[in-house]
Design a protein around this ligand. Sequence first.
Ligand code: FE2
Ligand code: FE2
Length: 260
Amino acid sequence: MSELRLATLVPLLIADAPAKAAATLALDAALAVDAGAVIAEPAGIPGRPERPRLVEHIQLKPPSMRTPAGISALVHAIAHIELNAIDLALDICWRFPGMPEAFYRDWLRIAQEEAKHFTLLREHLLSLGFDYGDFDAHNALWDMAERTKHDLLARIALVPRTLEARGLDASPAVKRKLVGAGDRKAGEILDVILHDEIGHVLAGNRWYRFLCERRGLDPITTYAELAERHQAPKLRAPFNLEARRAAGFDEAELAALTNP
Ligand SMILES: [Fe+2]
Ligand SMILES: [Fe+2]
């Protein structure tokens, strides 16, 4: 495969989770980019393993931090988010033509960082005596990909700038939980993830503004409209304002968060 956007379909279609992560990491970042190609959607996007079983979000109870299985369930839930994040970043590359080459290179790098995150968490899960697939999971992230597959602006507004940004907010409390339960290794992995995720949201903000400018739209009112139209989850405090600032949200956007 000699073109980057087409090449991203290969790992996206792989069902086995560790194999998907490995194939993502193996993508050649130096491949040429054909930004104008309109690629027909193949069947089977995204490839997913038979396990974990996917259930409704509300059926998943927060795991207890008093048992090794509960700690592992939380690590599993984060690994599941990272697996979805691999698919989301790959999907942006092939699906949406007409962006500058740097856009596709940003999202390939992000997909590879998500693959690293998944791999770190899965290896940690194995050391705890479990594997990816051993606990139930939900499909909320890919649902948002489906809802926004017809519009890149909506995809960027709602995935990196909403769901991934919410991950920045959630990170300190999740880390406290795991480290508080004695899982220092998970805490170290979460530090790596938080550092990289700031970069992902930063890329989201950069390309969101690029698209708003190209279409002559106001970034703040457009975000509110898109969030409403696509039923974005309501964002709740506490917000990780330090991480959000580092990720490129400006003061007016941060004010709109706390005062919608
Ligand atoms: Fe990640
Ligand atoms: Fe990410």
